[in-house]
Design a protein around this ligand. Structure first.
Ligand SMILES: *Cc1c(COP(=O)(O)O)cnc(C)c1O
Length: 403
């Protein structure tokens, strides 16, 4: 076997498909978000970032940065081990209390990322609950799919947001078997919401647990930013809520929240929690400061929604092919991976605008798109520049405008 040849042939295949991923080498400017310096070919240029999941700009919030500095100076860089072996700091404990308070649950548990939280929790539950069947939305994130696979539990997939199909699949399960309905509240590529209350109704009827990924909603929806379940008044019907500290909260890390017994069970059994060193205390301190700020930041949440609406209006007026989305995520249709990359290259090279192309396998083939994420810090002038740049690139590349 010629291993090197194998790797380079496969990479050539990705390049041919237009799916080869190129990372933009950026330095963000704290205090000047969403501006950043872009390093390319020995040059450094100023760009505006239009695709960050730091949805509220909390990654540069002075209170968050100060909390991280303070913790770093007080206790040093790393946690020093796994949570079991000397890696639990007071900052971890306080953050878990804060998360339980946010979601109004008895307890919460931190992981090194949202990905690990999903993989470890679903993996552990699917492995340990007797006869477990996991019923999973067709559009669920790769990290949930990884957890379900790892668990080796029986898996059934319901059509995206199709409550009747979910009901039918649950009806086919042994009534005595344990069952988990795994879904997201806000799907981040189309920007659509799940019918959370209806899914809870169906799950309850069949005696299934509900597992809800609120990664793209925490900080952003609900009275205190606990997510879509809070907005919809159904927080108490979610058995396990999962979230991230890396998107709207602007730092890094993942978590689950729920009953004390469930959380203690995962803490005691999940390999992906037990056998890895915990997050640095400074990260926990920054995340806690961010959550505490965002909890009462109604005006920030309102401004975030207003900015998304304002961008959608401008895109529609410019006849750019906006995909329908009721949320803060603003997808623009391209429909071809090579064209998609050409669009984003032209935006970067000619207009100093950074948007990452979204290609297969993140979205289905033929639905390649731009995914714009306006934040409260993208002002009208920045929007006007973006829309003018998109119009220019659309004409230049002879792409289709909306009717
Ligand atoms: C980003 C993402 C995750 C993973 O969260 P990280 O904290 O970035 O690891 C999980 N679920 C969904 C739906 C995501 O988009």
């Amino acid at each position: 076997m010629d291993y090197e040849r194998f790797f380079s042939d496969r990479l050539a295949g990705l390049r041919n498909d237009g799916r080869y991923r190129v990372f933009a080498d950026l330095e963000r400017h704290a205090g000047d978000f969403p501006r950043a310096s872009h390093h390319a070919g020995g040059r450094v240029e100023d760009v505006t970032v239009w695709c960050s999941n730091d949805y509220l700009g909390m990654g540069q919030h002075p209170g968050v940065v100060a909390a991280m500095h303070e913790a770093l100076d007080k206790v040093g860089a790393g946690a020093g081990g796994t949570r079991n072996i000397s890696g639990t700091s007071h900052y971890h404990v306080l953050l878990e209390e804060e998360l339980a308070d946010l979601h109004r649950t008895e307890a919460s548990l931190l992981f090194t990322s949202g990905y690990v939280a999903n993989e470890a929790t679903l993996g552990t539950l699917g492995q340990t609950l007797p006869g477990c069947v996991i019923v999973s939305d067709a559009d669920n994130h790769a990290s949930m799919i990884a957890g379900i696979r790892y668990s080796r539990a029986e898996k059934k997939i319901f059509r995206h947001n199709d409550v009747e199909h979910l009901d039918r699949l649950l009806g086919e399960c042994d009534p005595d078997a344990s069952k988990i309905v795994a879904f997201e509240s806000l799907y981040s590529m189309d920007g659509d919401f799940a019918p959370v209350a209806e899914i809870c109704d169906v799950a309850e009827r069949h005696g299934a647990m509900t597992y809800l990924d609120e990664v793209h909603a925490v900080g952003l929806y609900g009275e205190r930013g606990a997510g879509v379940a809070e907005r919809d008044g159904v927080m108490d019907r979610i058995d396990i809520v999962q979230g991230t500290l890396a998107k709207a909260f602007g730092v890094v890390g993942g978590y689950i929240a729920g009953s004390a017994a469930m959380v203690d069970f995962i803490r005691s059994h999940a390999s992906g929690f037990i056998f890895t060193s915990s997050l640095p205390p400074a990260i926990a301190a920054g995340a806690r400061a961010s959550i505490r700020h965002v909890k009462s930041a109604d005006t920030l949440r309102e401004r975030h929604q207003e900015r998304a609406r304002a961008l959608k209006v401008r895109l529609r007026e410019a006849r750019l092919p906006l995909m329908p989305s009721p949320s803060h995520i603003v997808p623009v249709f391209v429909g071809d991976p090579v064209r998609c990359k050409q669009v984003t290259d032209a935006l970067m090279d000619r207009h100093g605008i950074y948007v990452q192309p979204i290609n297969y396998p993140t979205v289905p083939k033929g639905t390649e798109r731009l995914r714009l994420t306006p934040t409260p810090l993208h002002d009208d002038a920045a929007m006007d520049r973006l829309v003018a740049a998109l119009q220019d690139v659309w004409s230049q590349l002879d792409l289709k405008f909306a009717a």
